[in-house]
Design a binder for this molecule. Structure first.
Ligand code: F6R
Length: 614
């Protein structure tokens, strides 16, 4: 949550900072601010609302500075007001700071600083940290490394998570960044260097990115930089090229990033699948799992940890892996796993799934699993993310940056990778070469089938229009389509603010059926297996109570007229890819439903793309 960017270089900071904030806006968009080092003072602008408000305001007063920091906020401590907007300035005007994260002991630190006569202008934990740095600086009057030591000491006094960028008035050529728990990356360009929450912020301006590890400090001085630990030891800086993501973050002709990301799923899935099958065409070959074959062969339990949409993908994975590999699978909310006393089993594998690779609940679950000595693997989309670095092995999704807050293409590729994992594990156990070959073929056909479904987007728009007045909707599916029902409901509620729930279809009569009335549409996802008849019977139960029914069903499955008001057809496909196909019309339904209500689907209220607080 919250995006930060800092610029230090030979050019003007303003354009890079505002542009960077626009690219980071998916991390939070409650308010935005910028501070420039102007020699003998900091020039600040802060506005509530979107980055555009800030851009309008700084345009009136263009800065000539080549050193500045900026922030886009997702409110944690304190309401959405200008005083709570970053950057925060210390009481003596010496320091400005932007912060992503939560300082858990800010109350005690604030009390300490108040005792020293320091007054505060905001309700934020971040202003406390800024003042703590200023206080330590004032106490270190004659130290050689006064600035760096002041930051180090303050950070050692903090509990919680932070990614920060700090400027000091006495240093017109220095910017300091540090991280613990929240991501931070240094961008290296020809004429300027950057600090940012993620590399998308300096796409087109920096050539290389150096991802900081937890507990590291970046010291950017003029055109130089170095990384140290918080204790002061030099740390290794590994640079990764950033050019390859440059044009992928542009919106092109689409109306929103969400729409673009839905429609790029055929390509995204091709990239997820590329080069990942064994030469004999019967199994999957996931490079990131190499070296762990023995452990994978002998597994007796898999525990998935994830949040939100990623967790729904894992739930699909649970059905697929149990079916293909016959390994018991559990799916945990990452936030719950961490605090459970689940019995330790030696041969358990923990798989953490996270598009961003920065979701704090998921990372903490991984850390807890490692504490217990379990093997951890990650499935993530972001190269160099904390998840990628902290797990023992893993697989990249390769779907390109996902900017829309509502996760779409990431879900499809996560399910696809779960199917590939199930295939690989299955082939290490009982799955026959013929069954393996059938799954490989089904996965290779998937991108084309996805294209076919997306071509029917107009039909979904019409259905969304028909049901767009509904304030309560139910989504139902069985087996691996039950998590798809959950995902359809989540997508709809997060971007349209209509109330939606997902259930296993047979659960309907155990409670939710009480909600059925002519104003509450039910969306049923029909399996295309021997279970279809049972789901169709559930649809009839809804129709008997005057509830509108929309069925999503494979071609060839007969839906009696009296069982559904509308039917959207999916192509006939292998069971391992059906959940991905069935989810596509639900993504489009949520998208059109929200657009028809005039809502901004890329930035739904109260949400942020990357949730880096617990
Ligand atoms: C919903 C959505 C969220 C994320 C969740 C986990 O559309 O995007 O529910 O899935 O916050 O995010 P990652 O996958 O980055 O860990």
């Amino acid at each position: 949550m919250c995006g930060i960017i800092g610029y230090i270089g030979k050019g003007l900071a303003q354009e890079s900072l505002i542009d960077g904030l626009r690219r980071l806006e998916y991390r939070g968009y409650d308010s935005a601010g910028v501070a420039f080092h102007e020699g003998n003072e900091f020039c600040m602008s802060r506005e509530t609302g979107r980055v555009q408000n800030l851009a309008d305001s700084v345009q009136k007063n263009s800065s000539q500075s080549s050193l500045g920091i900026a922030h886009t906020r997702w409110a944690t401590h304190g309401a959405v007001t200008v005083p709570n907007t970053h950057p925060h300035v210390s009481h003596d005007g010496k320091f400005v700071m932007v912060h992503n994260g939560v300082i858990e002991n800010f109350g005690a630190l604030k009390h300490f600083l108040s005792g020293k006569g320091i007054e505060f202008n905001s309700e934020t934990d971040s202003e406390v940290l800024c003042n703590l740095i200023a206080y330590n600086y004032s106490e270190l009057l004659n130290e050689k490394d006064r600035l760096i030591d002041a930051v180090r000491i303050a950070l050692a006094q903090c509990r919680g998570a932070y990614g920060i960028a700090v400027l000091c008035l006495d240093y017109s050529e220095t910017m300091i960044g540090a991280r613990r728990g929240s991501p931070l990356v240094v961008g290296l360009g020809d004429d300027a260097n950057f600090i940012a929450s993620d590399a998308s912020a300096f796409v087109g301006r920096a050539k290389e990115a150096v991802f900081l590890n937890d507990g590291e400090l970046a010291i950017l001085k003029g055109t130089d930089f170095r990384i140290t630990t918080l204790e002061g030891q030099e740390a290794k800086a590994v640079a990764h090229p950033v050019d390859q993501i440059s044009e992928e973050v542009e919106i092109g002709d689409f109306d929103s990033f969400m729409e673009k990301e839905i429609y790029e799923q055929p390509t995204a899935l091709k990239n997820t699948l590329r080069g990942r099958f064994g030469d004999d065409g019967t199994t999957a070959k996931l490079g990131g799992l190499e070296g762990h074959e023995e452990e994978l062969r002998n597994l007796d339990r898999i525990i998935f940890v994830a949040c939100g949409t990623a967790r729904h993908a894992c739930m699909v994975g649970e059905y697929l892996i149990e079916r293909l590999a016959r390994v018991p699978v559990e799916v945990e909310h990452a936030s719950e796993f961490r605090y459970r006393n689940s019995p330790k089993a030696e041969k358990s594998l923990v798989i953490a799934v996270s598009q961003s690779g920065e979701t704090l609940d998921t990372l903490e679950a991984v850390r807890e699993a490692k504490t217990k000595g379990l093997l951890t693997l990650g499935i993530t989309n972001v190269v160099g993310s904390s998840l990628a670095r902290e797990t023992d092995g893993g697989v990249y999704q390769r779907v390109g940056p996902e900017i829309g807050v509502a996760s779409t293409k990431a879900f499809s590729s996560q399910v696809c990778l779960c199917a590939m994992l199930g295939l690989a594990l299955g082939r290490m156990r009982d799955l026959s070469p013929m069954d393996g070959q059938g799954i490989v073929e089904a996965l290779n056909d998937l991108p084309d089938l996805v294209s076919r479904v997306l071509q029917q987007g107009e039909q979904i728009r019409e259905l969304a229009l028909k049901y767009s007045k509904a304030e309560h909707l139910l989504f139902m599916g069985r087996q691996s389509l039950y998590p798809v029902a959950l995902e359809g409901a989540l997508k709809l509620k997060e971007i349209s603010y209509a109330h939606a729930e997902g259930y296993p279809a047979a659960e309907l009569k155990h409670g939710p059926i009480a909600l059925i009335n002519p104003e509450c549409p039910s969306i049923f996802i029909v399996e295309g297996s021997e279970l279809s008849a049972k789901t169709i019977a559930n649809m009839q139960e809804v129709k008997a109570r005057q509830g509108p029914v929309l069925a999503i069903a494979p071609e060839g499955v007969e839906i009696p007229k009296e069982a559904a008001d509308d039917v959207f057809r999916l192509p006939v496909a292998h069971e391992v890819v059906r959940p991905i196909l069935a989810n596509l019309p639900l993504q489009l339904f949520a998208y059109h439903f929200a657009r028809l209500r005039g809502l901004d689907v890329d930035k739904p209220r109260n949400l942020a793309k990357s949730v880096t607080v617990e």
